[in-house]
Design a binder for this molecule. Sequence first.
Ligand code: SAM
Length: 273
Amino acid sequence: MELRGRTRHGAAVGAVRRHFDRLGDREWARQDSDATSRVSLEVHRRFLRRFVPRGAHVLEVGAGPGRFTTELAAQGCRVVATDASPAHLSAHGRRLRGTPAERGVLRRELLDVRDTSRYRDGEFDAVLAYGAPLSSTPVASCDALRGLLRILVPGGVVVASVVSLLGTWRHHLPDTGDPADATAAGCGDTDAPPPVPCRKFRWGDVVALVTEAGGTLLDGSASNWASLGDRDTLARLESDRERWRRFLEHEIAACAEPGTRDGGTHILFAVRR
Ligand SMILES: C[S@@+](CC[C@H](N)C(=O)[O-])C[C@H]1O[C@@H](n2cnc3c(N)ncnc32)[C@H](O)[C@@H]1O
C-alpha cells in the first residue's frame, strides 16, 4: 500500500516537473505581458511586503524564474529558492546571477511542495509560495500546507497564491458560457499540452484549507478586480502615469475586500503558524 502510494506520488511529481520544464522561460514574459498581468504582479509584490518581515529567512517554493526572489532580496531576506522544475531552477540562476538579488539567495534546490521533510521544524521565518504550487497538488494541498507550516518558527507566515476558480472563468469566458470549459485548464500556461491537474479555489475553499491545515488566516486578496475588465480602457489608463498610479491604489484596495476575493485570476492569502 505504502509503496503504491509512493509510486503514485513519484508519478505526480514527475508530471508536474515535465509540465513546468516545458513552459521554460515563458513564465517570466507572461507576468509582464499586458496591463492585467502587471496589476497582478503589483498586487503580489505589495502583499509580500505586507506579510514577509524584512530580513527574514525565507523558503520560496515554486520560485520560477525569480521575480519574487528579487523582491525578497530587496527586502534584505535570505532565501532558499526552490522549484519542482529543473528548467525553472536553471532559469532562476541565469536571471539572478550577476544582479544584486543574488546576494539574497542562500542556495537553490529542487523541491516539490508536497515533501518538505528535509527541513527542520521551525527552520524558516516565512514561506513564499506564489503562482501555482498549491494548485498543482489537487489532492494534497492540505498536507502540503501543513508541511509548510511545520517548518516555520512559531508566529511565522506562509504567503501564497492559488488559481481562482471563478476568476479564471471570468477571465477566459468561453463561448459556451460553461464554467467547466474555462476551469478545466491546467496550471500555468494553458496552451501547453498535456496540462497537469490544477486545483482552482473559491475563497471559501482557501478558508477551509487553512482551517484544516491548522493555521490562522491573516488576510487575503484577489490578484485583480477591475483590471480583468475592458483591456482597451486599461491600456489607456496605463499610458497616463498619474491616472495609472491612482487606478492601482483603488484596484489594490478593491482586491482586498471580502466581496472581490474570487474575482481575479489568483487568490492570495497569508497564514500564520
Ligand atoms: C506560475 S509559476 C510562478 C513562479 C513564481 N512563484 C512567480 O509567481 O513568479 C509556478 C512555479 O511553480 C512551480 N511548481 C508547480 N508545481 C509545483 C510543485 N508541486 N512543487 C514545487 N513547485 C511547483 C513551477 O515549476 C513554476 O516554476
